[in-house]
Design a protein around this ligand. Structure first.
Ligand SMILES: C[S@@+](CC[C@H](N)C(=O)[O-])C[C@H]1O[C@@H](n2cnc3c(N)ncnc32)[C@H](O)[C@@H]1O
Length: 191
């Protein structure tokens, strides 16, 4: 059931091929993508934020599920990786690709409000978490992956993950579910 019949977004295969050419290894898997797509579809006219565009693979799931009134902002500090996403989504008026440091962008854009935040890099997850959750509308979703041990984790990273989970568990302003799905997802709705 988990592995079969997950239809891929239109740009998926081409972005994957370009990512491999660039040697970009940090791609979200189809399970995270599939859940993202479902969550995005639940918010017509939604405003979405992705932290860590990479080459745009997760963005391909987000964009596929967005209706004509939805918009997405995706931030990455690597111009080369983001250029792949730009090639596929740069002319879509609903998509804004910003190349800058995520920490700085979050701190400088506190007036922004989002229906869903996919925090797929250090900023918004292990740094400036408070500021990131502050940008979530009530009822908005916050999704993070890589919460279960992964072979590519750097030394000492389990401690970061444990601390993040413990912090989220004691917050009273969110409802969260820890999922043994994909690389280990934490799925949060803001109260
Ligand atoms: C896990 S990858 C994102 C993958 C992408 N979301 C996907 O699913 O295909 C993390 C990305 O974060 C970017 N990144 C790392 N540090 C950053 C920072 N301080 N600000 C913005 N982006 C950063 C990296 O360049 C990398 O592309």
């Amino acid at each position: 059931m988990n592995q079969q019949n997950i239809p891929l977004p239109p740009a998926y295969e081409e972005i994957l091929a370009q990512s491999r050419k660039l040697g970009f290894p940090m791609l979200s898997d189809v399970y995270t993508g599939s859940l993202l797509r479902t969550l995005v579809a639940s918010k017509p006219a939604g405003r979405f934020l992705e932290l860590g565009t990479g080459t745009g693979l997760a963005l391909s799931w987000i964009v596929e599920a967005m209706n004509s009134e939805s918009t997405v902002v995706s931030v990455d500090n690597n111009e080369l990786y983001q250029s792949v996403a730009k090639h596929f989504f740069g002319t879509d008026p609903r998509v804004e690709l910003i190349c800058t440091d995520g920490n700085q962008w979050i701190v400088e854009n506190q007036q922004e409000e989002f229906d869903l935040i996919f925090a797929d890099t250090w900023p918004g997850k292990y740094s400036v978490l408070e500021e990131t959750l502050a940008m979530l509308k009530p009822g908005g979703f916050y999704l993070i992956d890589d919460m279960l041990p992964q072979p590519n984790w750097p030394e000492g990273h389990p401690d970061n993950v444990d601390k993040l989970i413990a912090h989220l568990e004691q917050r009273s302003d969110i409802q969260m579910t820890k999922m043994n799905w994909s690389t280990g997802l934490i799925f949060i709705a803001k109260k």
